[in-house]
Design a protein around this ligand. Structure first.
Ligand SMILES: Nc1nc2c(ncn2[C@@H]2O[C@H](COP(=O)(O)OP(=O)(O)OP(=O)(O)O)[C@@H](O)[C@H]2O)c(=O)[nH]1
Ligand SMILES: [Mg+2]
Length: 431
């Protein structure tokens, strides 16, 4: 991969979350219920905790429409200001996207650093990105997000002081930085293109195997399930977005079958658009899968909503109509059996597991196995030894189980995807 130039400043460290006392602010519009917004703020609080901030207060305002200038009304801005003084808060987190000018106005009115959900998620991703690919993807999303807000970034420096270098925010400097960021965005995109080409090549090589991807809301237990089914040993944690990069492992199934299992990044409501775009290489692993295991944390109240929310994000990414099995995970935390029965009735074919306790893991293996069997067929072919092209294709498309030769023909027993079976039979017969 091409070496990227060193960055002149680090926009990652926009604030020091460890020291921050945060106030959360949400708006309940006529299209949402107050309960919806409360739930959304609970999740925002979890995100804030994941970023290392301490939530000291929260506000939800009922409004018929958003205030163009300060997002919420001036009365609430005053209340937030006094609450911040009371709790010694130094960060406001808005649950919805703020326009750059709105963020500026709120900071002016309160004197407190203000970010929105997107910025918070970007920050979490930035601090958690481990692999080179994840780091490139996050950096790209951050720069794309920051570019139109660069003026605001400099305002931060002037008014709130510190953080990112201390150079003067002159217009020329601003323009120079914009150019620098644009150049870097181009380099990052180029590097990601190469990753996508490499991964597509890798997938092509492994095409004969059925591909299964674990998807679902963040913290549902996807990585834990991956570890229970394979020896991948991926990182799991009780905070959001523990996984940012895709991990793929071969999984051995009953009856000598195999498949490829991929664990990938968790989904969340209002996943920032820039992240969806820049995580294309990672999400392509999902788009390319033959079967999705949609993991849901069944111990969360209204768990079906998270199923629906994750499905919506998948739809937005253009992933729809894929064979899917729902996996209700963390059953060890549910003591109310009728609830599980209710879900089983609503979602036929769903599976129930405890990834950490071990229950139901074999059912998942069996479900994958049944899917693999439904897609594959063992065919017996007799191919003229002179037909190198068809023989090569057999090796490319299938798994050769046994072979024999009588001088003229090559007799093979091959496991191939059902979609290829008929074609190979015809080719072998010289049709
Ligand atoms: N009690 C219980 N805890 C579980 C189970 N499965 C996972 N966990 C815990 O739930 C937390 C999240 O698990 P992960 O496997 O990291 O979840 P994930 O879906 O990969 O999350 P992201 O990568 O952040 O999207 C961890 O603390 C796990 O130990 C389960 O079946 N029962
Ligand atoms: Mg994970």
């Amino acid at each position: 991969m091409e070496r990227l130039p060193r960055r002149r400043f680090d926009i990652k460290k926009k604030y020091e979350p460890k020291k921050e006392g945060a106030i959360l602010v949400g708006v309940s519009l006529p299209s949402t219920t107050v309960e919806d917004e409360r739930e959304s703020l609970d999740e925002l609080a979890q995100l804030a905790r994941t970023a290392g901030a301490t939530v000291v207060d929260r506000f939800v305002q009922n409004r018929t429409r958003i205030d163009g200038k300060t997002y919420v009304g001036s009365g609430l801005i005053e209340r937030i200001k006094s609450a911040a003084g009371l709790h010694d808060a130094n960060l406001l987190i808005f649950d919805d996207d703020l326009r750059p000018a709105q963020g500026r106005e709120i900071e002016k009115a309160t004197g407190i650093k203000t970010i929105d959900r997107t910025e918070l998620i970007l920050d979490i991703f930035a601090s958690r990105a481990q692999s080179k690919v994840a780091r490139i993807q996050v950096e790209l999303a951050q720069f794309e997000y920051e570019l139109p807000r660069l003026r605001r970034l400099w305002d931060h420096l002037e008014r709130l002081g510190g953080g990112i270098g201390t150079r003067g925010p002159g217009e020329m400097q601003l323009e120079a930085d914009r150019r620098l960021i644009r150049t870097r965005i181009r380099m990052l995109k180029k590097a990601l293109k190469q990753v996508e080409i490499d991964r597509a090549e890798q997938r092509k090589r492994r095409r004969t195997m059925t591909r299964v991807a674990l998807v679902g809301y963040t913290n549902a237990g996807k990585s834990s399930l991956m570890n229970a089914l394979t020896d991948a040993g991926v990182f799991t944690e009780d905070l959001l977005f523990a996984t940012l990069d895709a991990t793929t492992r071969k999984i051995d199934l009953p009856g000598g079958h195999t498949a490829l299992l991929t664990d990938t990044v968790g989904l969340i409501k209002k996943l920032p658009h820039h992240l969806v775009v820049s995580f294309h290489a990672t999400l392509e692993e999902v788009a390319d899968a033959d079967l999705l295991l949609h993991v849901v944390d069944v111990s969360r109240p209204h768990c079906e909503r998270y199923l629906e929310l994750a499905e919506n994000v998948l739809h937005e990414m253009g992933i729809r109509d894929k064979p899917t099995r729902v996996v209700f995970n963390k059953i060890d935390r549910v003591s109310h059996q009728p609830e599980l029965e209710r879900l089983a009735a609503i979602y036929p074919g769903s599976l129930f597991t405890s990834a950490t306790g071990g229950e139901g893991i074999e059912d998942v293996s069996r479900a994958i196995c049944a899917f693999v069997e439904s897609r594959e067929e063992v065919v017996e072919l007799a191919i003229p030894v002179t037909d190198g092209r068809t023989i090569a294709m057999v090796y490319e498309r299938g798994e050769v189980l046994s072979k024999d030769e009588d001088g003229e023909r090559l007799m093979m027993r091959v496991r191939v995807p059902k979609a290829d079976a008929e074609r190979l039979r015809k080719l072998a017969a010289g049709e």
